[in-house]
Ligand binder design. Structure first.
Ligand SMILES: Cc1cc2nc3c(=O)[nH]c(=O)nc-3n(C[C@H](O)[C@H](O)[C@H](O)COP(=O)(O)OP(=O)(O)OC[C@H]3O[C@@H](n4cnc5c(N)ncnc54)[C@H](O)[C@@H]3O)c2cc1C
Length: 445
């Protein structure tokens, strides 16, 4: 018998909570037992809890924590192929792989994400235009199904299960192990330039014009700017450095010690802060050789960053648009946000190349625009408006960040949903794997 503990779980946005029985199996037998003991409300897997909404929550149900599935099974320093249990996070992997001259081809902006969570959302980074998403570097997974059977899934073996599980938000089963390919790096550093961008047009044009010349492209957007300044910000353009000579010292870690009251997030105050940030940038930009750790995981330098929006938490809207409509779509989203006097410190733009292989993968050839929005009156209505704008421009929303999308919108944005449901119907006919997100978005057959 597994040991189950009643726990309240939340995720990064702190807008969604679940009361759930949790257990943390440490091996294959323990995982099988936990899945078999799940009851009618179902079970879901919880990795680092770094999704923003309800993807890893099952209120009233049971939750498998992967915190004890945390071993590196093998690492081949010749090929760069690594096999990890799914609860291994990127933070614990980083120093191990850098020592042998490798890094992750794809990671999130925080190293607290687990390998299982990276696969289950098919995550993408600021180098997506060059390397694609996490699934593109995954060779196989070992997945425990609702029946308790452990199957190997890859492009050649159980390929339908592989493609349903990649970005499948934990509904096909619990990933026990992941084998993926690391990226060789010449040093532990990147050469980065930071250039001020006057508006959204300059930002989009410079990103698109730099796809060939730069491995990493990442725009910070001043989401409070309007009119001719709409979409201004700074663009980070970077390549891996040949060596570590002259690397800048790692920035000091900051800590958010208290949750500001909602009055502190008043649009006028936010606007003053983002305006000051933009005006402080040198007009000619600047460059630096930076250490890969803070470069890849900038959010981790601010401990407790998710408390910055106050006790009520926040939502994130992460849109993606195809090349043809990216400019019009992003401008319409920015205008809707400024008209609603919403906005925040964190708004970013990244280029994307073609689609991920997962049936529910987010990326497409084009551009992603993402923004955190404090949870205030009116933000749900704004989200509805952005769903409509995104659909009208043939875009989609990223469910790793989602807490609000409707099932109808989801079905319209993800054309392979029926294929996903067919796989679920076959491998989990009783719907043993369940989540609040799965029910909200109607992901089950
Ligand atoms: C600060 C911050 C920055 C981020 N930046 C990026 C970014 O740049 N790019 C990007 O793509 N995403 C980004 N994300 C989102 C994040 O990468 C994803 O939400 C990721 O899935 C979180 O992984 P996790 O281990 O925390 O999993 P959780 O949040 O616990 O779970 C996420 C989903 O994965 C499933 N899951 C987790 N482990 C397993 C497993 N072993 N087997 C089966 N299913 C599993 C869960 O059921 C759930 O559906 C960011 C998140 C944060 C908080």
């Amino acid at each position: 018998m597994s040991t189950w503990t009643e726990t309240t779980l939340t995720t990064w946005g702190r807008s969604r909570f679940a009361r759930s029985s949790t257990t943390a199996p440490a091996d294959e037998a323990g995982l099988r037992e936990a899945i078999r003991e799940s009851h009618a409300r179902g079970v879901i897997t919880y990795g680092g809890g770094r999704c923003y909404g309800d993807a890893s929550l099952d209120d009233g149900g049971q939750t498998i924590l992967t915190s004890a599935l945390n071993r590196i099974v093998s690492f081949d320093a010749e090929t760069g192929n690594i096999v990890c249990e799914s609860g291994v996070d990127f933070a614990s992997l980083l120093s191990r792989v850098l020592r042998d001259g490798y890094c992750f081809p794809v990671s999130a902006a925080t190293a607290s994400v687990t390998v299982g969570g990276a696969f289950a959302n098919d995550i993408h980074s600021k180098n997506h235009h060059r390397v694609g998403s996490f699934g593109d570097h995954t060779l196989w997974i070992d997945l425990m199904l609702a029946s308790g059977e452990l199957v190997r899934a890859s492009r050649t073996e159980n390929a339908d299960i592989f493609h349903a599980s990649l970005g499948g938000v934990g509904l096909t089963g619990t990933v026990m192990r992941v084998c993926f390919r690391l990226m060789p790096v010449p040093s532990n550093s990147a050469d980065a330039q930071y250039r001020p961008m006057a508006n959204v047009d300059e930002m989009i044009d410079t990103i698109d014009g730099s796809r060939e010349s730069h491995e990493f492209l990442f725009g910070w957007v001043d989401a409070m700017a309007t009119g001719k300044d709409l979409g201004r910000g700074s663009l980070e353009l970077a390549n891996l450095a040949p060596d570590d000579v002259g690397v800048a010292p790692e920035p000091a870690t900051k800590r958010i010690r208290f949750e500001p009251p909602s009055a502190a997030l008043h649009p006028a105050i936010l606007r003053r802060i983002t305006d000051r940030r933009f005006r402080k940038m040198p007009a000619a930009g600047w460059g630096a050789r930076v250490n890969l750790r803070p470069f890849l995981f900038p959010i981790d330098n601010i401990v407790g960053f998710n408390r910055i929006y106050g006790k009520r938490g926040f939502y994130s809207i992460h849109t993606g648009f195809p090349r043809e409509t990216q400019r019009a779509g992003i401008v319409a989203v920015m205008e809707a946000i400024t008209a609603a006097r919403a906005g925040s410190f964190a708004a970013v733009m990244k280029p994307m190349r073609g689609p991920g292989e997962g049936l529910l993968s987010f990326p497409m050839e084009g551009m992603a625009y993402a923004i955190d929005l404090p949870r205030r009156t009116g933000v749900e209505a704004l989200h509805k408006e952005i769903e409509r704008i995104t659909l009208d421009h043939d875009g989609r929303l990223y469910i790793a960040k989602d807490a609000l999308m409707t099932a109808e919108t989801f079905a319209a944005m993800f054309p392979r949903l029926d294929e996903f449901r067919e796989v679920l119907a076959r491998i989990d006919p009783d719907g043993r794997f369940q989540s609040d997100m799965g029910r909200r978005l109607g992901l089950h057959p």
